[in-house]
Write a protein that binds this ligand. Structure first.
Ligand code: ASP
Length: 434
């Protein structure tokens, strides 16, 4: 039994957090592979090491003096080492990095040093072997992960050393140059490693005790979700719930390795389990999330329903402008095409003109649409959920502009005016989840 355990920046912001991590790791002998992000914020006014490194890179690139930023970085790393009281000549590593700073330094390489140095600190502190992610995660030149090579590298390192610390967020191209993942990518590193060793669980430690059933900025004290399927998580994340890097589930999902989201500051809380099958049926709705700033192109033409290929023609206009379509609610002689506002910022008028020309239809735009997703695997084949939604929104005098339900019955999407967005989430949470 083996656990891959990843700690985010807030779990690694200072020596006190490092101590919590050490307790967590050493309290369970299955925690043999540890993935670290870079030192995170100590409080809300602090700056993440990764952000400092991006800023440092911009200063170097535009030849702006950078001594202050370098000092901040240097002081933070040396400070953590001193507070931990470990034997590690981090000044030497920092000095050799300083010697590499120049106008043309690769951004990926420089930014990856946050995870690199943080993991070196953690490996010394835990007395686990440091293994550079550059030697494990290998990418082809097209940026695709070389899964076979990565798997054999990870297995070899694990078999050789038994207990390892690996920096998250980067890997290397075939020639060894560093390739950074996208922001928040240490989550993905952990998932890739978990897949390579077929871990029994992938633990992802942050500063919240699991996924919340709604945005705490909108709903007071939302419940934490105990169990959620990968598919439900995908629906909630797509609709704006910020939980994990969106690519995190893919590596582990193929082997059905559960992801356990846990809180470093509250380690006894079981957190959230994300997996293919969930047994908990106590909640019909798992969570509610939403996003503003959609708009709908309303297309109407008499006898449209008799014209074969009408919808295809309309959608190909959106394709021509490279606009991704979210929903297509339809009537008999009209339908609307709902898209993200940002995706049509530069082409909305061209789209209307082309739609009119191609279809000979009336086209109007409805701005300010917010979409709210009610997500729950336990909603499938159950009557009454829509009734409850309508009853709740009706009582709040909130007008439903559109409604969509996927064939899996995993989610019900409700479109409302943006001004009603917050109220919709609050009301639905109280009625369906609380
Ligand atoms: N440190 C990186 C970031 O801030 C990667 C990570 O934390 O996952 O995006």
């Amino acid at each position: 039994m083996l656990t891959v355990t990843k700690f985010g920046g807030s779990s690694l912001s200072c020596a006190t957090q490092f101590a919590k991590v050490k307790n967590i790791v050493l309290s369970d002998p299955k925690r043999k592979i540890v993935v670290c992000s870079a030192l995170g914020k100590r409080d809300k006014n602090d700056t993440k090491i990764t952000d400092l490194l991006y800023i440092l890179h911009a200063h170097l690139k535009y030849s702006v003096p950078y001594a202050d930023i370098w000092d901040m970085l240097y002081t933070r790393f040396v400070g953590v080492r001193d507070e931990l009281g470990i034997e590690y000549d981090i000044e030497k590593d920092l000095e050799s990095l300083k010697a590499e700073l120049n106008k043309n330094i690769s951004q990926d390489y420089l930014v990856s040093r946050g995870e690199y140095l943080t993991s070196l600190l953690m490996s010394r502190y835990l007395n686990y072997k440091f293994v550079d992610a550059r030697d494990l995660l290998r990418f082809n030149f097209d940026g695709k992960l070389d899964e076979k090579l990565t798997e054999s590298n990870v297995k070899a390192a694990f078999n050789a050393y038994g207990s390892i610390v690996v920096p998250g967020f980067y890997g290397a191209y075939p020639n060894g140059t560093v390739k950074l993942l996208s922001r928040g990518g240490s989550d993905v590193t952990g998932s890739i490693l978990a897949k390579c060793v077929n871990a029994s669980v992938y633990e992802n430690w942050t500063d919240v005790s699991g996924i919340l059933a709604a945005d705490p900025k909108l709903v007071s004290n939302p419940k934490a979700i105990k169990e959620i399927t990968y598919a439900e998580l995908r629906e909630l994340s797509y609709m704006g719930a910020s939980v994990l890097h969106e690519e995190t589930v893919f590596p582990v999902q193929s082997l059905n390795i559960p992801i356990n989201l846990k809180n470093t500051n509250e380690p006894d809380n079981p957190g959230t389990f994300i997996q293919n099958e969930c047994t908990d049926t106590s909640n019909i709705v798992t969570g509610i999330a939403g996003k503003k700033d959609f708009l709908s192109f309303n297309i109407q033409k008499d006898h449209m329903s008799n014209e074969v290929g009408f919808l295809r023609k309309a959608l190909s206009v959106f394709e021509k402008y490279d606009v991704s379509v979210e929903h297509v609610p339809s009537g008999i002689d009209s339908f609307s095409v709902v898209v993200g506002g940002a995706s049509v910022e530069k082409c909305r008028y061209e789209l209307v003109t082309d739609l009119k020309k191609e279809l000979g239809a009336n086209v109007s735009i409805d701005d300010n649409i917010a979409l709210v997703a009610v997500v729950g695997r336990n909603m499938a084949k159950r009557s009454g959920v829509c009734a409850k939604i309508f009853e709740t929104l009706g009582a709040q005098k909130i007008n439903v502009k559109l409604l969509a339900q996927g064939p899996s019955e995993l989610n019900i999407i409700i479109g409302v005016d943006s001004k009603d967005y917050e109220e919709t989430i609050k009301a639905l949470y109280e009625a369906l989840v609380r």
